[in-house]
Design a protein around this ligand. Structure first.
Ligand code: SF4
Length: 313
């Protein structure tokens, strides 16, 4: 269960944490065929239309237009949101003449290659598989990266953003947890874990990590309810509490109402997790009327608990 969803808005807005990948990113080193005459390193600038908390911040990252001195061998414009495509196209023109410009990323439908830590996502994020067999109607991950989980080499990180890690083979999942056991930061699964696939041995692996990891599930529509309740029960039994157990709640999609979304959020609370509302956006990125304000009260746990306390008085 990934939160890499074309139709979600909000926070990291799922697709904003999706790494932009390009068909063939050259390595950051010279060819070096002749040992006596090493090739100079190729300069590659990664350009993002906007900064999110997952955007890398090294010296070769730019947000928006080029600076006066900027030039490179290659300029990779990375687009995570479909609604940023017009801005990415504008940037492709703005960067013309500063290097060979290519535009790619999830919003452009670029199929993800092996994950390179720190390249299009800040260090700490990792992706060990791409694609998802669940085929949720609102999600772009399976349309872009395939309707089965494609296992990638496991690279270090502590925030796992796989589309559907639990759809991978047991060997791969165990390999991912062996990598996570090496991390000193608290592990997070902000890409989400698909509740219907959560089994006892997954809980054992989660429980075996040094610190209790932050787990995100999802309750987007009524089909999710039963597996969501079962997963919460398993996790609560293993010691998870709401600070480390959260659930994305997609809302504002066609046919949804604020009353129904409110009831999903309340159901999440009653299951011992904290909801995180994510407002559906179409391809144009326009938020449906009235939902932004509504969703704000279902994003920050402190605010929603304060409101619940007030309402209980
Ligand atoms: S299709 Fe897969 S990756 Fe996309 S939202 Fe559904 S479970 Fe998550």
């Amino acid at each position: 269960m990934s939160r890499h969803i074309a139709g979600r808005g909000g926070r990291l807005s799922s697709s904003s944490v999706r790494p932009a990948t390009f068909a063939a990113i050259p390595p950051h080193r010279g060819g070096g065929a002749a040992a006596s005459a090493p090739q100079p390193s190729k300069t590659i600038l990664r350009v993002f239309p906007r900064r999110t908390r997952a955007t890398p911040d090294d010296a070769n990252v730019r947000i928006g237009d080029p600076g006066f001195w900027d030039e490179a061998d290659e300029v990779l414009v990375s687009v995570a949101f479909t609604w940023d495509i017009p801005e990415a196209e504008r940037l492709a023109v703005a960067w013309k003449g500063r290097g060979r410009v290519r535009v790619g990323g999830p919003a452009m439908g670029t199929v993800g290659e092996d994950f390179v830590p720190g390249h299009f996502l800040k260090h700490g994020y990792t992706i060990t598989s791409r694609g998802c067999p669940e085929r949720c109607w609102f999600c772009g991950a399976w349309k872009r990266d395939g309707a089965e989980a494609r296992e990638l080499p496991i690279r270090d990180g502590w925030n796992v953003l796989d589309d559907n890690l639990l759809a991978c083979s047991e060997g791969h999942i165990r390999g991912v947890f062996a990598m996570l056991a090496r991390q000193t930061n608290r592990v997070e699964f902000t890409g989400g874990l698909h509740a219907a696939r959560l089994k006892g041995w997954h809980i054992d692996l989660l429980s075996g990590l040094r610190r209790r990891p932050v787990v995100f599930l999802a309750y987007d529509d009524n089909n999710d309810l039963e597996p969501f309740i079962a997963a919460c029960r398993l996790l609560k039994h293993a010691g998870w509490h709401r600070r480390v157990l959260r659930a994305y709640v997609l809302c504002g999609y066609p046919g949804d109402t604020q009353a129904a979304a409110e009831s999903r959020c309340e159901r999440v609370l009653s299951c011992g997790a904290d909801p995180m509302a994510m407002v559906y956006r179409g391809q144009d990125g326009i938020l449906p009327d009235g939902w932004r304000r509504w969703a704000r009260s279902w994003i920050r746990p402190a605010a929603m608990h304060a409101r619940q306390r007030t309402e209980a008085l």
